[in-house]
Write a protein that binds this ligand. Structure first.
Ligand code: SF4
Length: 174
């Protein structure tokens, strides 16, 4: 028989080491199954674009530079599997959240709510109890979709920019 654990395969006789589960934000349901609805709540906090419903607009009315479209597409490849959280010794969800933040903020339709989105999604991530990112890169190595830590750096820049904007709104520019 073969055993498949988060997209890795093992043959009879292989030695596998199973570490204690350390992601408090993903409670264990039973053997080899965890509750990943924390990811759903992070998406619900801001991982969408608000639109007025009606007829679908003409697809080519908003031009998108090829490089931005490609980067948004790469980020959108994230399937929310949670392997990044499982691989990180801090149980950080930064790779997942940064992919979801980036795939919208690279596109003009997503830029409108980008500041509000990054603040809301990071706040929800913290509320769910995920750990901090300490640049271990284990998430990137474990990701089956090739999401890179570059997206984390992008999200950190976006978050900082959004924090400054909101602070200026509340306290003024001085
Ligand atoms: S491992 Fe990759 S695909 Fe899976 S949730 Fe994390 S970023 Fe998304």
């Amino acid at each position: 028989t073969t055993c498949q654990l988060h997209m890795r395969k093992f043959k009879d006789g292989d030695t596998i080491v199973i570490e204690p589960w350390r992601a408090a934000a993903f409670p264990v349901i039973r053997d080899c199954a965890v509750d990943r609805t924390a990811f759903d709540r992070i998406i619900a906090a801001g991982g969408f674009v608000s639109v007025n419903t009606g007829a679908a607009p003409e697809a080519s009315t908003i031009p998108v530079p090829k490089a931005d479209a490609d980067r948004a597409f790469d980020a959108a490849a994230c399937i929310g599997c949670g392997a990044c959280v499982a691989a990180c010794k801090n149980a950080s969800a930064m790779l997942f959240v940064s992919a979801k933040v980036s795939h919208l903020s690279f596109l003009p339709q997503g830029k409108v709510e980008a500041k509000k989105r990054v603040l809301a999604m990071v706040a929800q991530m913290d509320k769910e109890g995920f750990g901090n990112c300490t640049n271990l890169y284990e998430c990137q190595a474990a990701c089956p979709k090739g999401i890179t830590v570059d997206y984390i750096a992008k999200m950190n820049r976006e978050y900082l920019g959004a924090t400054v904007t909101y602070a200026e709104k509340v306290y003024g520019k001085d």
